[in-house]
Design a binder for this molecule. Structure first.
Ligand SMILES: C=C(O[C@@H]1C=C(C(=O)O)C=C[C@H]1O)C(=O)O
Length: 410
């Protein structure tokens, strides 16, 4: 039986939360920041670890019980104020990977001009500022090695997936690979977080329990009854030359291979949200999202959600969307297991936060890596359809590894 928590949210001047990531001390930092807005936290008031197919329902039950027993004073009353939990879930149902929910001791948030601090447990709001920890230092002497498969082996896996698709076994599968980086000494996650937030401000820079990254893909946001999902699928690398990139963006928006991949992803999200929404808007055609390393076909699906459905329940219903699994879902997940030869751990699964009212934001943990001491496991995946070319997919996966590689300084 967990103990009851006492949480207090007070407003603070927006300048205090001007650089959220810079506030993080080394003690269990968590982050969900985009364009300087969002939430950061540190310390631990309560944690749940769970595994297997019931991981989402276990987390929902634990959170509902904790919220029911806790006492909250909230002067601000915005989504993300009061009691909040940060979470990071395992991609797959197997019991070998922990999913984590954590309630920090201190949370600092900002939405536009409104900023707040929530303290949970013994810390009083007036005492919230972290003791200025030493600034994070850059990882030194980072070297890279292949993960489960080398490039040749991974391209063979992609070729095998194409063959299965052509034989009619399924329509789309997203295949991922990993890369292992090792530094000379333990890495302070605040270094890559600060780099990612400054290089990819349009992405959500996250960290929960060693899983960090800057994802461009929002699985679901629930905010006072409105639900949003940003679906990405279909990718082209940027060259850095503006005229050329504009031409490539045009080619991407006309590419039948990429439009097909994208359509599967949008369908999977729309179908999963539909039973939970009273009305929905699914745009007919995608737009092109420009990121510093790649461009994606993107669709923002929106809807009005039925009362009482939390952001976590929506994330559970959506995961894994065809942006990271495939179509049909079950066959794609089985093929991923067969061909990737690795555990995705918490990569490509929901990561984000929720509050006591059920509002929250859950991203798909992409452009991400798992940190453990001096070792970082980086992940990247690509949607494969019948017309995919293994060498082009390898190049795309390399482009998707760039954000974390750059953030580690090499
Ligand atoms: C799987 C990843 O990205 C996903 C796959 C994409 C694609 O295949 O075009 C695009 C965006 C993401 O939905 C990844 O970044 O690891």
């Amino acid at each position: 039986m967990q103990s009851a928590l006492v949480a207090r949210t007070v407003a603070v001047p927006a300048e205090v939360a001007a650089d959220l990531i810079a506030l993080l001390p080394a003690d269990a930092p968590v982050s969900w920041v985009r364009r300087g807005e969002g939430l950061v936290g540190w310390g631990v008031s309560a944690t749940l670890r769970t595994t297997g197919p019931t991981r989402f329902t276990d987390a929902a039950k634990w959170w509902a019980e904790l919220v029911a027993r806790s006492t909250v004073t909230d002067e601000v009353g915005e989504p993300g104020t009061g009691l909040v939990a940060f979470g990071s879930f395992a991609f797959a149902d197997d019991a070998s990977v922990d999913s984590v929910l954590t309630v920090p001791a201190v949370v600092v948030g900002r939405r536009g001009a409104v900023a707040w601090v929530t303290t949970i447990g013994d810390v009083l709001p007036r005492e919230w500022l972290p003791e200025r920890a030493l600034p994070a230092v850059a990882p030194q002497g980072v070297t890279y090695a292949d993960g489960a498969l080398d490039s040749e082996q991974w391209m063979s896996a992609v070729a095998e997936a194409v063959a299965r698709i052509e034989a009619g076994a399924l329509e789309k599968v997203v295949l991922a690979r990993d890369l292992v980086a090792t530094a000379e000494s333990p890495i302070d996650v605040r270094w890559p977080l600060a780099q990612l937030a400054s290089a990819y401000p349009m992405c959500w820079t996250f960290h929960v329990d060693g899983l960090f990254g800057a994802t461009p893909e929002l699985l679901v946001r629930r905010e006072r009854g409105l639900v949003t999902s940003r679906v990405l699928a279909g990718t082209i690398r940027r060259t850095g030359d503006e005229t050329r990139d504009d031409e490539l963006a045009g080619a991407l928006s006309r590419s039948s291979k990429d439009l097909e991949e994208h359509e599967y992803a949008v369908r999977s999200v729309a179908d999963a949200l539909e039973p939970h929404c009273s009305s929905m808007n699914v745009p007919e055609a995608p737009f092109v999202l420009h990121l510093p390393n790649v461009m994606h076909l993107a669709t923002d699906v929106t809807g009005v959600v039925h009362d009482g459905i939390t952001s976590l329940e929506l994330a559970a219903a959506l995961h894994p969307s065809a942006a990271v699994g495939g179509t049909p879902r079950d066959r794609a997940v089985a093929l991923i297991d067969e061909l990737e030869q690795m555990s995705r751990d918490r990569y490509a699964a929901p990561v984000g936060w929720m509050d006591a009212a059920g509002d929250g934001e859950w991203g798909i943990a992409l452009r991400s890596a798992l940190l453990s001491g001096d070792t970082v496991r980086l992940f990247a995946g690509c949607g494969v359809v019948g017309s995919s070319d293994p060498a082009a997919e390898l190049a795309e996966s390399q482009a998707k590894l760039v954000p974390v590689r750059d953030a580690l300084g090499g």
